[in-house]
Design a protein around this ligand. Structure first.
Ligand SMILES: Cc1cc2nc3c(=O)[nH]c(=O)nc-3n(C[C@H](O)[C@H](O)[C@H](O)COP(=O)(O)OP(=O)(O)OC[C@H]3O[C@@H](n4cnc5c(N)ncnc54)[C@H](O)[C@@H]3O)c2cc1C
Length: 463
């Protein structure tokens, strides 16, 4: 009875009549029957789709944007030959990465730290150059904590009783553990980390800066040879295009409680509404309430997923900057705790392998518009021009990406209350599985986790 109510409630959210889950309400070509429905075509969704294709399983990917790749994004200008990765930069040099790039015909090259450019430090907020600033590196005391708590690499393995010290903010943890000054500051500097690092828990810092990140920093990292990390996703789309609904989203869902019920989803697509009948549903988009509210959540699902939120992070490509090639203009705080850059603001403006083009990252606690971010970035570039005495040219913005909601997590008190275990307990509930980056941060690990859980998902579709 409760299930029936929830189905109807789900339908009402999206103004869909219950009979619209009936295939007879659709033209035959608008009813898609598959083993799996994958919602979201980023790192997790594309990895799952290619793996299922290779096992002769049937699936449909429903992706909101006009491309696959999610946070992996490459700005490409055919006219100039420019190719600039603005999101994902590198992967750990391990078999799963090499195999996936090979499978999708995308050559790899070794990643060198200088691919980001040689860093020069400034306080962009105070408008001060800091020529004597040096970046600290992680020391053995940091690694000792990671080794002591191996579950930090992948929060799938987090115990229900989370050690209290890991729920302290990073500065409090560092003080309590008497961490070295270098490790304390370096722990706040993992790349592409949204929000205020001073408010971030030690758990989240270590989950981000985990053994994989350390291995990558130690040199075990690769990138697309052509600075085109999106190539794997573009090639995946070319191969799978008849199984991918782009610019599409789910507007209503029925998910049965027994395996034989499967799921029925209504997708709004550029060629009209489609009914998707699948044995199992794979959620590969951020499962925040805004996205999953159309899936007729039951009470258990709602109470878990409603606790999840993401942070804000942005990136873009700019040329005609007048800035020096091969330099990563990096924002640090002159007098802030641990030299943390003030927010909101540009994190860095880094030279790329394409002459004249720079990519920038931008961090803000609160959401900002593209216009606000580009104006703030323009002001920073204009100041850097005057500071370094280069020509005062007008920057041209070429691309922009909003990565919100990024670094999904529940509140600290919900972590203490066993949220990760409860989330893990949702796997397979009502024929629904979650493979996006909830338990790990980097896409290398997202692929690993997707590979690990797929046999269970495939098995569920058999029953
Ligand atoms: C600036 C930046 C740099 C990074 N650098 C690296 C790096 O160098 N190495 C690394 O390993 N990782 C890096 N990461 C992390 C990496 O991007 C993530 O680990 C990975 O993208 C997570 O994969 P995902 O599939 O969970 O999410 P995503 O890749 O974001 O994919 C989610 C997909 O779901 C789609 N979607 C969202 N809502 C809906 C909806 N309602 N309906 C349908 N589809 C929807 C999105 O459009 C997207 O395609 C970086 C991230 C950022 C932002």
């Amino acid at each position: 009875m409760l299930t029936a109510f929830l189905f109807v409630a789900g339908a009402l959210v999206a103004c869909v009549r219950p009979q619209q889950f009936d295939p007879s309400a659709y033209a035959a070509e608008d009813v898609i029957e598959r083993d799996f429905a994958i919602i979201g075509g980023g790192a997790a969704g594309t990895y799952a789709a290619i793996s299922l294709a290779d096992q002769n399983k049937t699936f449909t990917v429903v992706e909101m944007t006009g491309r696959l790749g999610g946070h992996t994004r490459t700005f490409r200008d055919e006219a100039t030959g420019a190719s600039i990765d603005i999101g994902v930069q590198l992967h750990e040099n391990i078999p799963i990465v090499r195999d996936f790039f090979k499978r999708l015909n995308s050559p790899l090259a070794a990643f060198k730290p200088t691919d980001f450019g040689n860093p020069k430090y400034y306080d962009f907020t105070k408008k001060v150059a800091l020529p004597n600033h040096t970046r600290p590196t992680i020391e053995s005391d940091y690694v000792a904590v990671l080794n002591k708590y191996p579950f930090l690499d992948d929060l799938n393995n987090l115990p229900d009783n989370v050690p209290e010290e890991l729920l302290l903010t990073w500065p409090d943890f560092a003080e309590k553990q008497n961490l070295s000054a270098a490790s304390t500051e370096a722990g706040l500097l993992w790349p592409a980390t949204p929000g205020n690092p001073l408010d971030t828990t030690a758990l989240a810092i270590f989950n981000d800066g985990n053994h994989i990140e350390l291995a990558e920093y130690a040199g075990a990292a690769v990138r697309s040879a052509a600075h085109y990390n999106s190539q794997i996703y573009d090639n995946a789309l070319a191969e799978l295009k008849e199984h991918v609904l782009l610019k599409s989203s789910i507007i209503a869902a029925q998910r049965g409680s027994s395996r034989k019920d499967g799921v029925r989803l209504i997708a709004e697509t550029p060629s009209g509404r489609k009914l998707i009948k699948a044995k199992q549903l794979i959620i590969a988009m951020p499962p925040v309430l805004d996205n999953v509210k159309y899936f007729a959540l039951d009470q258990q699902e709602h109470s878990i997923l409603s606790k999840l939120s993401g942070k804000h992070y942005y990136a873009g490509v700019v040329n005609n900057t007048g800035l020096e090639a091969g330099v990563a203009y990096t924002n640090v705080g002159q007098n802030t705790p641990y030299h943390v850059a003030s927010l909101p603001g540009v994190v860095e403006i880094a030279g790329s392998a394409s002459p004249g083009y720079f990519f920038y990252w931008y961090n803000s606690v609160d959401p900002q518009t593209q216009a606000e971010i580009e104006e703030a970035t323009r002001c920073t570039i204009k100041w850097l021009q005057s500071e370094s005495g280069t020509e005062a040219v007008e920057p041209t913005f070429q691309d922009f990406a909003d990565y919100s909601p990024f670094h999904l997590s529940p509140s600290t008190s919900d972590v203490a209350d066993g949220w990760y275990g409860k989330m893990k307990g949702l796997q397979g509930h009502r024929n629904t599985w979650y493979i996006s980056s909830l338990f790990v941060v980097g896409s290398t690990q997202v692929w690993n986790n997707t590979r690990n859980i797929l046999p269970e998902i495939i098995d569920a579709a058999r029953s």
